[in-house]
Design a protein around this ligand. Structure first.
Ligand code: NAD
Ligand code: WQD
Length: 346
């Protein structure tokens, strides 16, 4: 059985689905601070069987001990965490407490229970403003410009030291680039609370009329069209990367770092044009100054994951945008309310 912390969230719910479809039994621990357990009901609909779910906090050591006693857990996928960059600037202690101290509590409980296989959700943000693209795992980590990014780098460093101290640990640090998209069913997807921080969730809400216009943050970057370039990756490709990493953990020890990206960068303006193509109409747009802390460009060298895990992202940008748009149309208000039929699907 695999314990999935944060399994009700955006990426976690897609990983739970991939695990169930791969034949694993799954226990989800999530405090639902940024998600709904409806995601797991929908996962069960798609998979034809359910994950077990416990509502609770990764910082609750007593609860973790009880779960490790009660369930035959052999490995942990650790998604639980806080991820809003701006909020982390306003409330850094909450971010460090959840993302760093929460990860430490989890590892302490795992060690005491004799469980040493861990897949950790890291982020390309740990590279900071890398001078060189594509970014390989050998690039030095940078200084993330915000407490969220710092907390991910700190958690990585804690996990590296832990694996170094005790050879029983086998830990995967998966550095995600920009996850977007949704499962092809349109039943699960990203459901941001409040105003979306990220590009595609914002565009989706403009397209369904929940926001008046998209702001393009910066058209004066030293890129091919002046807007920021990122490596967007389909969330199901990401989920499948987790399965490969998990398989690999049982055969290795120490820390392994893998970039999960496509290797292909798209600018904000290219994303906008491609999304307008999928939606079939223009979106209202305004050009705005650069967003503080943003970097000009960032895309992965994903060859290490290809060589060592046999994993490669297979879904292209059109599929990412079509799947995201299906999710948004079927669930214009996220998990609130029953999913609507996808009228454009036929
Ligand atoms: P999400 O907010 O949708 O999922 C995180 C889940 O963790 C939520 O369900 C939330 O309720 C839960 N959670 C938060 N604090 C908890 C706690 N103390 N105890 C138990 N559960 C808790 O976010 P996501 O996009 O699915 O991200 C998952 C992980 O991937 C995070 O660790 C995030 O930092 C990392 N990550 C995300 C991105 C991205 O762009 N989405 C990129 C790189 C890395
Ligand atoms: C992408 C591009 C924006 C919104 C963030 C976190 C990172 C990681 C992934 C967790 C940039 C531009 C955006 C908008 C815009 N998360 N943009 N208008 O900043 O690459 O990464 O999410 O680990 O840590 O920082 O992603 O989607 O916010 O932005 O023009 O309304 O879109 O300036 O160029 P980002 P993003």
């Amino acid at each position: 059985m695999i314990l999935v912390t944060g399994g009700a969230g955006y990426i976690g719910s897609h990983a739970v689905l991939a695990l169930l479809q791969d034949g694993h039994d799954v226990l989800v621990l999530d405090n639902l601070c940024n998600s709904s357990s409806k995601s797991l009901e929908r996962v069960a609909l798609i998979a034809g069987r359910a994950a077990h779910f416990v509502e609770g906090d990764i910082r609750d050591r007593g609860l973790l001990d009880a779960l490790f006693r009660q369930w035959p857990i052999t490995a942990v996928m650790h998604f639980a965490g806080l991820k809003a960059v701006g909020e982390s600037v306003q409330d850094p202690l909450r971010y460090y407490e959840t993302n760093v101290a929460g990860s430490i509590t989890l590892c302490q409980a795992m060690a005491d229970a004799g469980i040493f296989e861990l897949v950790f959700s890291s982020s390309a943000t740990v590279y900071g403003e890398s001078v060189k693209v594509p970014i390989s795992e050998q690039c030095t980590t940078g200084i993330p410009t915000n407490p969220y990014g710092q907390s991910k780098l700190m958690a990585e460093n804690v996990l590296k030291a832990l694996a170094h101290s005790d050879q029983r640990w086998s830990i995967a640090l998966l550095r995600y680039f920009n996850p977007i998209g949704a499962h092809e069913s349109g039943l699960i997807g990203e459901d941001p609370d409040g105003i979306p921080n990220n590009l595609l969730p914002y565009m989706l809400q403009v397209a369904v009329g929940r926001r008046p216009h998209l702001s393009v943050y910066g058209i004066d970057y030293p890129t091919r069209d002046g807007s920021g370039i990122r490596d967007y990756i389909h969330v199901m490709d990401l989920a499948e990367g987790h399965l490969r990493a998990l398989q690999r953990l049982s055969a290795t020890s120490g820390v392994s770092i893998w970039n999960l990206g496509t290797g292909q960068g798209y600018s904000v303006l290219e994303m906008l044009r491609a999304f307008e193509g999928v939606v079939g109409r223009k979106l209202p747009v305004r050009f705005a100054p650069r967003r503080s802390g943003d970097i000009a460009q960032c895309w992965a060298d994903p060859s290490k994951a290809r060589q060592e895990l046999g994993w490669k992202a297979t879904r292209d940008l059109k599929v990412m945008l079509e799947d995201a748009w299906r999710w948004q149309r079927m669930n214009p208000h996220g998990y609130q309310g029953a999913p609507e039929k996808d009228s454009a699907a036929a």
